[in-house]
Design a protein around this ligand. Structure first.
Ligand SMILES: [Zn+2]
Length: 187
């Protein structure tokens, strides 16, 4: 993908997110950068530089961007330091943790053989970013984002549990509504 196309996708992903919720001022310093690398590394959020780095060879740019924005929010949008998902401080965040732990997808994920990859997928910050991306997809109704995320449900092994079936996701979507509502960010 050309740099111009990547920039266009970034702009669109931010617009989709902003149709669902606003951001606190603390998020203004988050930067977007690109790199070109192996396809197994789609993107990342760097906590030190507060930048979202996106692989230009990534075919599913939109869902990766929204996922990484989820990491940036987890790290820098809420009161206090550290990752909010890993150390829930509010009743709303604790309700989100309960909702994901009680979901069929996360229960199934916990039943997968333990290795480096499933340990990573089972971490609360990863579950946060996956649930945030699905929530933005559902609440914005963006077709491309929904398609990219739904395609994961038919992946093999642990990857299929990175997203939730519609019904399984409902309590999680409501928990996310409450989090963003209580912060005054929901649109
Ligand atoms: Zn992630």
């Amino acid at each position: 993908m050309s740099d111009t196309e990547v920039r266009q996708n970034m702009k669109e992903a931010i617009e989709i997110v902003e149709s669902v919720h606003g951001f606190p001022d603390s998020m203004r310093s988050v930067q977007f950068t690109t790199f070109t690398g192996p396809a197994d590394h789609l993107g990342e959020y760097d906590m030190l530089t507060r930048s979202i780095d996106i692989n230009t060879t990534n075919p599913e740019l939109r869902s990766t961007l929204v996922h990484e924005i989820g990491h940036a929010i987890d790290h820098g949008a809420f009161e206090g330091s550290g990752l909010a998902s890993a150390m829930p401080r509010t009743p709303q965040m604790r309700a989100w943790r309960e909702a994901v732990w009680n979901s069929e997808a996360v229960r199934a994920l916990k039943g997968e053989p333990e290795d480096q990859y499933t340990t990573y997928l089972r971490s609360l910050p990863e579950i946060w970013a996956h649930s945030y991306a699905q929530w933005v997809a559902v609440r914005s109704g963006d077709e491309q984002l929904l398609t990219e995320l739904r395609s994961r449900l038919s992946s093999s092994e642990a990857d299929q549990y990175r997203q939730w079936e519609d019904q399984d996701f409902e309590p999680i979507a409501e928990a996310l509504d409450h989090i963003f509502q209580s912060e005054g960010w929901l649109k």
